[in-house]
Design a protein around this ligand. Structure first.
Ligand code: FES
Length: 156
């Protein structure tokens, strides 16, 4: 856990240094360099005053979330419809129950656990347990080049 937080902080500083301030979305997207986020790591950044999780997923993780039958999901969404590049999951890090920030690497599905009331989200950001009614939202984003994520702004 401390390792994840340290990596998140360092990568977040890099993102803020290279990107524009999140509050100035009208001026353009928040640019996030991806090269330093290793497979299995997560970057936490701020965008429009909210935490955003950028998760670099492995092939096995992608296959696992895509194999989940939609009939077992409370808020059925295909992973293919929640990602623009399967290697990268980008979600707003606010639990859809009462807005707490979930923690990475906890929970049964390797995704996020909200400690407030126990909601769990898988590596597609889909709710799997607990009182959260819906999945973690996916912010508008795109990849102007393979090594750069753009959140918000035009082209998302
Ligand atoms: S705020 Fe996350 S489970 Fe209640």
């Amino acid at each position: 856990m401390p390792g994840i937080r340290r990596r998140e902080m360092l990568a977040g500083l890099a993102a803020l240094h290279c990107g524009r301030a999140a509050a100035h979305d009208d001026a353009g997207p928040l640019l996030v360099p991806l090269a330093r986020i290793g497979e299995g790591e997560q970057l936490r950044i701020a965008w429009r005053g909210q935490p955003v999780f950028v998760r670099h997923r492995s092939a096995a993780e992608i296959a696992a979330v895509r194999a989940v039958p939609l009939s077992t999901l409370r808020d059925p969404e295909r992973d293919e419809d929640r990602t623009r590049d399967p290697d990268w999951l980008v979600v707003i890090g606010r639990c859809t129950h009462e807005g707490c920030e979930p923690f990475a690497g906890l929970g049964d599905d390797g995704g996020w656990l909200c400690l407030c009331h126990g909601s769990q989200f898988d590596l597609s950001g889909r709710v799997r347990k607990g009182p959260a009614p819906t999945n973690l939202p996916v912010p508008p984003h795109h990849f102007p080049v393979r090594t750069m994520l753009a959140i918000g702004g035009g082209g998302a």
